[in-house]
Write a protein that binds this ligand. Sequence first.
Ligand code: NAG
Ligand code: NAG
Ligand code: NAG
Ligand code: NAG
Length: 162
Amino acid sequence: MLVSFLCLFLFLVPTLLVQSSDTNASSMSAAARALDAFLQDYAYRAFVRPKTGVLYEGVAPSNLTGVQTAGMRLRSGSLWTRGVEMYKEFKILVGVVEQPYVERLVLVYQNLGNWFLWYYPLQNYTYLAPVLGLLASNASDLSAKNLPELDLREEEKEEELT
Ligand SMILES: *[C@@H]1O[C@H](CO)[C@@H](O)[C@H](O)[C@H]1NC(C)=O
Ligand SMILES: *[C@@H]1O[C@H](CO)[C@@H](O)[C@H](O)[C@H]1NC(C)=O
Ligand SMILES: *[C@@H]1O[C@H](CO)[C@@H](O)[C@H](O)[C@H]1NC(C)=O
Ligand SMILES: *[C@@H]1O[C@H](CO)[C@@H](O)[C@H](O)[C@H]1NC(C)=O
């Protein structure tokens, strides 16, 4: 899961960059993984003939009040060349690619609200702001369940020194 600590200065920092978190899927707890799959399913359900690049609000699971989900379907090429100007609190910069490559992808948004601590306990630390996630998955088959997450990363820009 892509986790981003949203600071209180969000409005002063308009380019919140999507970054890969330190944790990778294998080190995530089983509960957190199950939650991702569950919320992915909820977000996918919001899609009925989705338009590309349009944000669809998901329906929050009834046993997880306060959790928000949303989904957006994108062409991979458009993500790379244009990014996403505004996706909830996120802005995705130009030059982000998913791995492995898919032609179309869905970006699933999650705001776990107070449930975050339940799934991602941190000892001796306090989260000062809501923790938001953005997960990418293959959009070729919107009725699929339990799709693996794709990695989002910023293409390294090669600088020529001469
Ligand atoms: C990520 O997973 C790979 C194996 O899949 C493991 O070798 C590596 O140490 C993990 N990295 C982190 C930061 O957990
Ligand atoms: C909510 O319900 C789903 C299945 O209906 C379950 O997998 C999940 O663990 C539940 N979450 C909580 C926090 O009870
Ligand atoms: C949290 O604090 C307690 C007491 O100071 C300490 O024993 C424990 O190792 C800390 N845990 C972590 C993960 O830092
Ligand atoms: C994406 O889904 C399509 C249709 O299910 C499949 O053919 C393709 O191999 C998938 N791509 C990846 C990278 O999983």
